[in-house]
Design a protein around this ligand. Structure first.
Ligand SMILES: *[C@@H]1O[C@H](CO)[C@@H](O)[C@H](O)[C@H]1NC(C)=O
Length: 339
């Protein structure tokens, strides 16, 4: 019995620390004595990066929610299904110019496995520590995998994301982003693609498909967007990394602090002063009432400690004299000791 209760106790005390190592709490980040909350950047966001190689177009769409799991709906895209328990998924499509699909797969980049196995294992660093010129947070999140090799013989390598949240006081971080929790929008887009209308339009522009620059190719970059795709690729033999840049005021060192000061600490002191004055007023009023009723006091005598209060000016004068005397005394010690 004793052993049993002990094990329950130790499990309970270990669990919280374990949970924080497995998941990423976007609203409560503490690093080097600073506090950050990236809660406002939560929600499902979608960006894509496309590359053109001859008549083949590789397009990877990244769907993410840094504060919560994607859920089954948000984790599906153009008929590809990623796991709803993940936070970031990639959807890779390789198509020919004419729309024929050469390859397509989805892969989890960050998050836990469907049954809750695995670990996100967040590694958080302040950008100032990496580069004194920069301000913000670098957050590494793990738990995903990337399929490597030929079709049908693919092996899973580890995948993770390194997101640099860069301090920018003018940006919330949501500029240029649309929350895409509605999969219907994406399905409609897919239907449009099947029609092949867009492909005809592209063909009209230039006859030579090889030369780039003439024909505008949308690689997915949006300079006005706060969230930027940097790269996705091999980090070492065993792992792949998605790198993102996210400009936001929520990554500024003083953001949480300044808000806390204005709403928290100031409020506390203001309340303290107000309560002090209320107490003093209540004391004087109640005391006066008591003096009036009990002793029939009038005028100065009404106030509790009326004598003392009346004497305050004299006491202050006295105190001032002493202070002045002491100050003068330091100048002419002899004279003072003679008195
Ligand atoms: C890539 O996929 C996105 C959807 O995430 C789509 O809007 C875009 O048009 C695609 N780009 C190309 C070049 O196929």
């Amino acid at each position: 019995m004793r052993i049993h209760s002990f094990s329950v106790l130790s499990t309970a005390s270990i669990l919280p620390s374990l949970a924080s190592a497995i998941t990423f709490d976007c609203a409560n980040i503490r690093q080097d004595g600073y506090k950050y909350s990236l809660k406002e950047l939560g929600g499902v966001h979608e960006i894509f990066h496309a590359e053109k190689d001859g008549d083949l177009i590789s397009n990877t769409t990244y769907i993410m929610n840094i504060c919560n799991v994607l859920g089954k709906k948000a984790a599906s895209f153009e008929g590809l299904q990623c796991e709803g328990s993940r936070n970031i998924c990639g959807f890779y499509r390789k198509k020919y110019d004419d729309g024929e699909v050469d390859d397509a797969y989805s892969f989890p980049i960050v998050g836990l496995e469907p049954m809750g196995h695995g670990a996100i294992d967040p590694v958080i660093k302040r950008l100032k520590k990496l580069d004194s010129e920069r301000e913000g947070l670098q957050v590494e999140l793990k738990g995903g995998w990337y399929p490597v090799g030929e079709k049908g013989k693919r092996k899973h390598k580890d995948a993770s994301a390194v997101i640099e949240f860069e301090c920018d006081h003018d940006k919330t971080g949501l500029e240029g982003l649309v929350e895409t929790s509605e999969p219907t929008l994406r399905v409609r887009e897919e239907d449009k693609g099947d029609g092949g209308d867009e492909k005809d339009g592209e063909g009209d522009g230039e006859s030579g498909g090889d030369d780039e620059g003439k024909e505008p190719f949308d690689d997915g970059s949006r300079p006005e967007r706060s969230l930027q795709f940097k790269s996705f690729g091999k980090a070492d033999d065993e792992s792949y990394v998605l790198r993102l840049n996210w400009k936001t005021r929520y990554a500024c060192d003083d953001y949480a602090l300044s808000r806390e000061n204005s709403s928290g600490h100031w409020g506390f002191f203001t309340w303290l002063i107000i309560i002090f004055f209320l107490c003093a007023a209540a004391y004087l009023i109640f005391g006066s009432w008591l003096n009036y009723n009990r002793y029939g006091a009038r005028g100065w005598d009404l106030l509790p400690h009326g004598d003392t209060i009346r004497d305050v000016p004299y006491l202050f004068q006295d105190w001032l004299k002493r202070v002045l005397n002491t100050l003068q005394g330091t100048g002419s010690r002899g004279g003072y000791s003679a008195v």
